[in-house]
Write a protein of this length. Structure first.
Length: 312
C-alpha cells in the first residue's frame, strides 16, 4: 500500500509534527532524522507532517528541505505532509511540486501574516491553489496565535467549498472548541462537505477536541505515543480514561507550550527519550538554561509515576 494512502477527507489519528534534528554545528543530523521518522511511526502516528513551523522550515536552504523530504518519504510507512508556506507563490509552487514528485501525500499551506479581511484570505488561498496545482491535496493551517490571521468558521467553510483539493483543516485556534462544533454542525446540516480536522497547539486542548468532532491531532508534543493512546481511548468512548491520561501529561504539555522556548523543551525531551542526538536548534533559536532543564526533568520524573514512558 502506498504511504500516501489514507491522506484524504477521512484522515484521522495522529499526524506528528516532526522536529528537524540538527547537530551542534547546525547541520542536519541525518541519523537522528531516520530515528525520529521511525519513532513517530512506532508510537502509532498515522501520518507525518514535516517542514512546519516547529520543524524550523524557514531556517533551511531549499536543497536541505528537499533532502529532508526525500529521506523521510523514503523511510515512511504513513502519509507524509510537507509544509510549503512561503512569502511568495513561486517558492511555494516549487517545493509543493517537488515534494509531490518525491512521493509526499500532500502539502500544508498557512495564510500569509499580512492578511486581514475575509476577502484577502479567500483570495490568497485561491492564488495558492492555482500556484501549487488543483491536483495537489493540501491542509489548511489555522494558527492565529502565531500567524495573526483569524479564519472564521464561515471563511473556512468558503475555502473548503471553493477548493475540493483541501482535504484537512489543521485547527489550532485558541479558544477554538466552538469553531470545531460550528464546522461539524454545518456539515451535519448538509451545507459543508466532509473534511478531516486535526488539532495542534501542542495537544493543549486534546482532552475535549475529539468530543467536539476533531478526528485527531496534528502536533509535535514529545510523547506522540500518548497522543495516539488518547485518541484511541476517545474513539472507544473511554472518556474518564482519556481525561486521566491527558491530566497526567498536562503539566509537561503546558510547559512545552511556552512561546519562544517551546521547541527547545520539545527537543530536549526528544533527546532525553533517545530519539535525537542533540537538542540544538539552527540559529536563531532559544536555548534552555540549567534551571529550565531541571524543571523539565522534574516534570518528567513526576509524570513517570503515572506513565512509565516518562521514566527516562
Amino acid at each position: 500500500m502506498s504511504a500516501a494512502a489514507g491522506f484524504d477527507a477521512g484522515a484521522s489519528g495522529v499526524y506528528a509534527i516532526a522536529a528537524t534534528p540538527f547537530l551542534a554545528d547546525g547541520t542536519v543530523d541525518d541519523a537522528s532524522l531516520d530515528r525520529l521518522t521511525d519513532f513517530y511511526q512506532d508510537c502509532g502516528a498515522t501520518g507525518l507532517t514535516i517542514l512546519g513551523i516547529m520543524g524550523e522550515a524557514p531556517k533551511l536552504e531549499p536543497a536541505e528541505s528537499r533532502m529532508i523530504v526525500r529521506r523521510v518519504v523514503a523511510r515512511a510507512r504513513v502519509p507524509v505532509v510537507v509544509g510549503v508556506s512561503a512569502p511568495g507563490f513561486a517558492a511555494m509552487r516549487s517545493l509543493a511540486r517537488d515534494a509531490m514528485e518525491i512521493g509526499a501525500a500532500g502539502v500544508m499551506v498557512a495564510p500569509a501574516p499580512t492578511l486581514r479581511s475575509d476577502e484577502q484570505i479567500t483570495a490568497y488561498f485561491a492564488q495558492a491553489v492555482a500556484a501549487i496545482g488543483e491536483d495537489v491535496p493540501w491542509v489548511l493551517q489555522d494558527y492565529p496565535l502565531t500567524l495573526s490571521v483569524v479564519l472564521s468558521a464561515g471563511v473556512i467553510a468558503r475555502i473548503m467549498s471553493d477548493h475540493p483539493s483541501c482535504v484537512m483543516l489543521k485547527h489550532e485556534d485558541w479558544p477554538g472548541l466552538e469553531k470545531i462544533s460550528r464546522l461539524r454542525s454545518m456539515q451535519r446540516a448538509g451545507g459543508l462537505r466532509p473534511f478531516s480536522i486535526l488539532c495542534g497547539n501542542g495537544g493543549l486542548f486534546l482532552d475535549f477536541e475529539p468530543e467536539r468532532g476533531a478526528d485527531g491531532a496534528m502536533t509535535g508534543y514529545a510523547f506522540p505515543d500518548m497522543l495516539a493512546e488518547l485518541i484511541a481511548l476517545a474513539r472507544a468512548g473511554a472518556r474518564d480514561a482519556a481525561h486521566d491520561l491527558f491530566d497526567a501529561h498536562l503539566p509537561l504539555i503546558r510547559y512545552e507550550q511556552q512561546p519562544a522556548v517551546g521547541l527547545a523543551v520539545r527537543k530536549y525531551v526528544l533527546r532525553r527519550r533517545g530519539v535525537i542526538a542533540s537538542d540544538a536548534q539552527r540559529q536563531p533559536g532559544a536555548v534552555l538554561g540549567a534551571t529550565a532543564r531541571a524543571e523539565v526533568d522534574y516534570l518528567l520524573a513526576r509524570l513517570a509515576r503515572r506513565d512509565a514512558r516518562a521514566a527516562l
